[in-house]
Write a protein that binds this ligand. Structure first.
Ligand code: COI
Length: 400
């Protein structure tokens, strides 16, 4: 039955009653290390919204041999992951728990493996400069977006409270992996999958929510520098009535071909056009898009084919605060190539300036550098996210 397993750690949530037994065994968190017992006891005593204390006495206080200056966006396995099950597909998630990070056991006929019934989220935790804990950025918005996606994908979803609690627990259990301030962030990846076995095409009978984390630096290999994008004309990311507006896992593998082709030609990513008119720009494989012309900033409206990015929404608000007119509307290829400035937004990419866009063999250049709106918005956003500027909007959530 196990298609994904490891000697190091097999999680107990797969699909039978022995799961509970495995949860309370000393090995559930120990994996050859000592000190898991007190954590297990305290875990069963606490309830939402308290945070479970995590015993990290068996861990080094820093993230191993990590070169914090050259993090990039690769996976660095951390110590713990969070797992919460919904055994009846009725929306009642069991109490979640931390487990050692490791492989999971899954039925070959699970809904996620066979029919792609799954969603993911992405958010970041930052270390505060004053050493007073960690900061999350709008985690409730990720929770709500997961709920919206779950509705579209016929899945139950954790409540906002359960989601945020789980994120906090995951950060607290992995604090040694949160990069020093200015070096990056702890990227948090919540997943919601149809883990139950199903053969006919139907929603899975059981669901699993889990979160893992990894320290990350910049997303693109260009680092903080501006990127080059290619407008993709053959493949589309989304279609009206499809799932482009939710963060289902099935939106991502289909973009790989276009992305890999573009990368082989030296581009950082591709920009997708709408699938009906092939004339309106939608987004890149991993982020939303903004174009600036004069004092007007435009971004494609989220009408079902665009991912409603949390960074996107925050940037719209911050740009309006700076006096710019911001329009959510159709953005044509002409709007794009005639723009003064172009930039991308997303949790992983932050605010990334675009130096050129290539469309039908012609390369169009845009303003980049110090004196740009994207730089100003990047500075404002990251200062709030890291706790360096006052958060007048109540966007950040502190973890002490
Ligand atoms: C994120 O920005 O968090 C995403 O989910 C994009 C992903 C392709 C890295």
């Amino acid at each position: 039955m196990a298609v994904l397993s490891s000697a190091r750690r097999v999680l107990p949530w797969a699909c039978n009653g022995q799961a509970a037994l495995a949860r309370v065994s000393g090995g559930a968190l120990g994996t050859g290390r000592s000190g898991g017992g007190s954590l297990l006891q305290s875990r069963w005593q606490s309830s939402l919204p308290q945070l479970d204390p995590v015993d990290r006495s068996d861990e080094d206080s820093t993230g191993g041999d990590i070169d914090w200056d050259n993090l990039g966006f690769g996976l660095t396995p951390t110590d713990y992951m969070y797992v919460m099950r919904c055994p009846q597909a009725d929306g009642n998630f069991s109490r979640g728990e931390l487990s050692r990070y490791g492989n999971v056991e899954l039925s070959p006929s699970s809904g996620v493996l066979n029919y792609g019934q799954g969603l993911f989220e992405g958010l970041k935790a930052y270390r505060r400069a004053d050493g007073a804990g960690y900061m999350l950025f709008r985690p409730e918005e990720n929770a709500r977006r997961m709920q919206d996606g779950a509705e579209r994908m016929c899945m139950p979803a954790p409540s906002v409270e359960q989601f945020v609690h789980a994120v906090k627990q995951t950060v607290l259990a992995n604090t040694r992996w949160v990069p020093p301030q200015g070096k990056g962030a702890l990227y948090i990846r919540p997943l919601l999958i149809g883990s139950g076995a199903i053969l006919g095409l139907a929603p899975a009978p059981e669901y699993t929510f889990m979160i893992y984390a990894s320290p990350v630096g910049t997303y693109f290999k260009e680092g903080m520098s501006a990127i080059h994008l290619l407008v993709e004309e053959e493949f589309h990311r989304a279609m009206p009535g499809g799932t482009g507006g939710v963060k289902t896992i099935t939106n991502y593998a289909p973009v790989l071909k276009a992305q890999m082709d573009a990368k082989s030609k030296g581009f950082a990513d591709v920009l997708y056009l709408d699938s009906v008119h092939k004339r309106y720009v939608e987004e890149a494989s991993s982020c939303n898009l903004f174009v600036l012309k004069g004092d007007t900033l435009a971004t494609p409206a989220t009408a079902g084919t665009i991912l409603p990015g949390i960074t996107r929404r925050s940037i719209i608000e911050l740009a309006r605060d700076c006096g710019y007119q911001v329009e959510e509307r159709l953005v044509s290829i002409d709007d794009l190539v005639g723009a003064d400035e172009v930039f991308c937004t997303g949790t992983a990419v932050g605010v990334t300036p675009v130096s050129t866009v290539t469309y039908q063999g012609t390369r169009y250049e845009f303003r980049t550098g110090e004196d740009t709106l994207s730089r100003k918005l990047y500075d404002t956003l990251t200062s709030i996210q890291m706790g360096l500027a006052e958060d007048k909007k109540g966007w950040t959530v502190a973890i002490d």
